[in-house]
Design a binder for this molecule. Sequence first.
Ligand SMILES: [Fe+2]
Ligand SMILES: [Fe+2]
Length: 282
Amino acid sequence: MRLVVTSDIHIDKNGSDVCQLIAARAQELGADVLLLAGDVATSPTVLLQTFLTLRAAVPHLLYVAGNHDVWSHPEMQAKGQHAWWRLDTLLPALCAEAGVHNLDVAPIELGGVGFAGTLGWWDLSTRDASLDAPPEAYRTGQFAGLRWMDHTYAHFPDADGRAQAPETVAAILRGRLAAQLQRCTAERIVAVTHMVAFAEQLHHKSHPGWRFAQAFIGHLALGEVIAADPRVRLAVAGHTHIGSDFSRGGLRALCTPLGYQREWQGRSTAEAVNRAVVLVEL
Ligand SMILES: [Fe+2]
Ligand SMILES: [Fe+2]
């Protein structure tokens, strides 16, 4: 199987030309399956158009949501269009309309390979413990001039409408991934998360704001669930806009994000896309 992987394509920031380039690159690589590991767009219109364009280019398009994909304005949250609604109702409907397989909903087996996935959520397990930030900063998402926007735009309410703690959201989504892995009958599995699942995928920076932001990048217990299943040969993540590729035993962990144009270090759009859209032969 020729699996083509990318994440963090942020089409509502990067523009639909980028979507066309990703489609062309996936075709050039002969993709049987194109896998998007989250952060496609916040706008439902852009999400749908992106899904339709990419789906037309490849035989199978698989997707997990990113945090930007479940964001909504607080006014919309108050009307019930919160992160759980986006994850469990809106995104599955858009995927169904475009013929995309939404891994947040169910695993799938293609060519003898199982795919299981979840958005996942951050739980502060990846925070920089050497940073002197108070608990209040983590609760509000603000420290050293940095404001983490999930605290405003990603609202996960409980049945009574009260905001759930990020640790609770992370545990729920980790449980969904574990259940999917149990359901998979394939001998080889690809596990897909938007959130970073392994400490090796973190990139330590010097600026206090970015050291603080590391708290909102991943959930290390997700990695424990993935690593506990020896059938998982490949773990794909997104969210951090700095790529990584490492192996631990028989497990390869790959993060190959496109990110924002300002992060492309002078590369042209085509160069950035070709670097971020990666072929894995399974
Ligand atoms: Fe992103
Ligand atoms: Fe993200």
